[in-house]
Design a protein around this ligand. Structure first.
Ligand SMILES: [Cu+2]
Length: 228
């Protein structure tokens, strides 16, 4: 089945449906308020049971909780979109200069591939066995922008230990900016059920020092004895 274009349309459709629901609910609310105000106040059934201080406190607590949740969502989204790049020393000798290092990641049923713009290096794997998991090599200490897409259905790029997750859709590029302050290797998975072998879609992200990363970009393989 051809899914081209479907996901971009879903985003637009979702926006229009949400906007319609918002207008409907706000309209009903305002209508009810205006109609009630039009009646004489002492005829209202709840006029005698009003308790303004309690209602005000209730509104402040609920409003505060809502504002806190919105702030938490926005700041988490911002961290995922732009990363925490302040504490990271930038190495302008890597491709892209001071810009984040871009890595194109493609999900497919049922594994992952990655390529590096301007480099012949390719990350492949079949995910058929634990020994054949793709290893996405990233530079340590540099902002890395994963450009995520899919060849077929919706998948999700997830590194549980680092608490990052972002959807990978066909015909659409989602970006995820992050930095790896130290070297190391982390297990990644697909967190969107995507078919029969969804659970096999494990991969690794391996952060290496800048010189090893440069060697990887040139040769497509890590030097022997590279940090794992
Ligand atoms: Cu998947």
């Amino acid at each position: 089945m051809d899914y081209r274009g479907v996901f971009d349309n879903v985003f637009g459709l979702q926006l229009w449906i949400a906007a319609g629901v918002f207008v409907l609910v706000t309209g009903l609310l305002l209508g009810a308020l205006v109609l009630n105000r039009a009646r004489r106040r002492d005829k209202l059934p709840f006029a005698r049971s009003e308790h303004n201080p309690i209602e005000l406190a209730f509104a402040v607590v609920l409003g505060g909780a809502a504002a806190f949740l919105v702030w938490l969502s926005l700041s988490t989204n911002h961290r995922l979109d732009y990363g925490d790049t302040r504490a990271v020393a930038r190495d302008s000798s890597l491709p892209g200069g001071q810009q984040p290092v871009r890595i194109d990641v493609t999900a497919f049923q049922w594994c992952w591939g990655a390529s590096y713009p301007g480099s012949p290096a390719r990350v492949t794997g079949t995910c058929d066995s634990p020994a054949d998991r793709p290893v996405i090599v990233v530079p340590q200490g540099r902002p890395v922008e994963f450009a995520l897409t899919s060849r077929d259905v919706a998948h999700a790029f997830w590194i549980p230990e680092l608490a990052v997750k972002r959807d990978a859709y066909p015909d659409h590029v989602n970006t995820l900016l992050m930095t790896f302050p130290g070297t190391g290797q982390w297990l990644g998975r697909c967190s969107e059920f995507c078919g029969t072998y969804h659970q096999n879609m494990d991969f690794f992200v391996r952060a290496v020092p800048a010189d090893q990363y440069r060697a990887f970009l040139q040769t497509g393989t890590l030097p022997a004895g590279a940090a794992a």
